[in-house]
Design a protein around this ligand. Structure first.
Ligand SMILES: CC(C)(COP(=O)(O)OP(=O)(O)OC[C@H]1O[C@@H](n2cnc3c(N)ncnc32)[C@H](O)[C@@H]1OP(=O)(O)O)[C@@H](O)C(=O)NCCC(=O)NCCS
Length: 136
């Protein structure tokens, strides 16, 4: 398997099926998807995209980049693929990152250098927590 930079459209299928099943397109496409600064990464098994993540130039409380759309195909979860993709993405920028993490997976981000900041909130009927990864 190889990590490759891709375009937003390449991320749509997994975003929809893993993160927002049954939801309209506006729920799994992002305003900055086609911004030239945005980075979309995919883990590919041949031509098959098995995991995705995006980094968007959205500023929040001093963090310059928003991590969004992190998803691994269901049958391949728990094998280190998500972490490989996240580590590669984090290494591509120098500034601090933030994301809204689903509460039930926020340990995944804690294990990868993120910390919680701010209160928990509910989005799409799921508990979320704001997280950031600050460069030391
Ligand atoms: C969350 C997700 C991206 C993690 O990717 P993954 O490939 O399954 O995770 P990895 O195998 O790389 O795990 C890396 C570490 O994080 C931990 N981890 C992964 N998923 C976790 C979860 N749901 N809860 C707690 N810890 C988790 C692993 O145990 C592992 O820790 P270890 O190194 O101590 O064993 C993936 O499971 C996924 O797509 N889930 C469904 C969609 C989703 O929730 N996306 C995130 C929205 S904020």
């Amino acid at each position: 398997m190889l990590i490759e930079r891709v375009i937003a459209e390449d991320c749509y299928a997994l975003r929809e099926s893993i993160l927002r099943p049954g939801q309209p397109k506006e729920n799994w496409t992002f305003e900055a998807d086609d911004d030239p600064r945005t980075i979309h990464l995919a883990m590919k098994d041949g031509e098959d995209i098995v995991a995705i993540v995006s980094l968007l130039p959205e500023v929040k409380e001093g963090c310059s980049w928003r991590l969004r759309g992190m998803a691994v195909k269901e049958q391949l979860q728990g094998q280190g693929i998500g972490q490989q993709l996240l580590v590669t993405l984090v290494a591509m920028v120098k500034d601090d990152l933030w994301c809204t993490a689903r509460k039930d997976v926020h340990d995944f981000y804690l294990k990868n250098g993120f910390e919680v900041f701010g209160d928990e909130f509910v989005m799409n009927n799921l508990e979320h927590v704001l997280m950031r990864r600050v460069r030391s």
